[in-house]
Design a protein around this ligand. Structure first.
Ligand SMILES: C[S@@+](CC[C@H](N)C(=O)[O-])C[C@H]1O[C@@H](n2cnc3c(N)ncnc32)[C@H](O)[C@@H]1O
Length: 229
């Protein structure tokens, strides 16, 4: 495991990633609609997929079942040890250079909201460096209003997900605390998130040679970007 990231912390049973994610928690969470969103965002005939920040393979495994040829990347070897059916690579996303290009590159889990603009830029540069000509980059971002009002608690995977607090700690950066509560375990995750308006988001993508092609869902949280230049 790499160095714990400043402003990130996890509490609860088991191992944690440098960004405060609990390995045992992610092993409990089921896949949601991500495979359908990815299939809808990909081009006809796409087969190879690079998943950045794959965790324990919550989404990876569903993609492998759907016959995607997946390369799954995470900086946490504890997370990667749970991944099956994909080529796994232990690396930070920022430093990744595989010398290979993919039909689809996925940067999910709101990682694009990294609080440090240089880290954000490096994440997007990695996406650009690994997308094939004619390929797509699929990015998951926070929708409008997320920073203004905390979402209400909701049932999640047999437990309850509570948004505990969100405080502004720097210009456009919030420190967020969420709790996952189950009958037998409770995890708290603290992380930092940089607010990105659509205009700002599109501008930073452009700096990395990516152009927004479409917002794939009504909430405009999944984005398809194309390589340019
Ligand atoms: C919130 S978890 C989500 C995991 C998976 N995408 C999912 O939806 O189940 C974020 C994962 O991304 C990894 N991660 C976060 N920042 C990273 C970085 N800069 N480089 C590599 N891995 C990173 C963490 O180790 C963690 O496994």
């Amino acid at each position: 495991m790499g160095r714990v990231r400043e402003g990130y912390r996890g509490a609860g049973p088991g191992a944690f990633t440098p960004d405060g994610c609990a390995v045992e928690l992610y092993a409990r969470l089921p896949v949601r609609d991500e495979p359908e969103v990815i299939a809808a965002g990909a081009r006809e005939g796409a087969r190879t997929l690079l998943e950045l920040g794959c965790g324990v393979g919550r989404v990876t495994h569903a993609l492998v079942e759907r016959e995607w040829v997946v390369t799954a990347v995470d900086e946490s070897v504890e997370m990667l040890a749970r991944v099956r059916g994909a080529t796994t690579v232990a690396s930070t996303i920022e430093e990744l250079r595989l010398g290979e290009r993919f039909d689809v590159v996925v940067l999910g889990s709101y990682l694009v909201h990294a609080p440090d603009p240089e880290v954000c830029r490096a994440l997007l540069d990695t996406c650009r460096a690994h997308v094939a000509d004619g390929g797509v980059v699929l990015i998951q971002r926070e929708g409008a209003g997320w920073y203004d009002e905390l979402p209400p608690a909701r049932e999640h995977a047999g437990g309850v997900l509570r948004f505990l607090s969100s405080e502004s700690v720097a210009e456009d950066v919030h420190a967020v605390r969420i709790a996952y509560e189950f009958p037998d375990a409770r995890w708290v995750h603290e992380f930092r998130s940089r607010q990105l308006s659509e205009a700002r988001f599109e501008a930073i993508l452009a700096e990395s040679g990516l152009a927004v092609d479409a917002y794939l869902d009504d909430a405009r949280t999944w984005v398809r970007a194309l390589p340019v230049g």
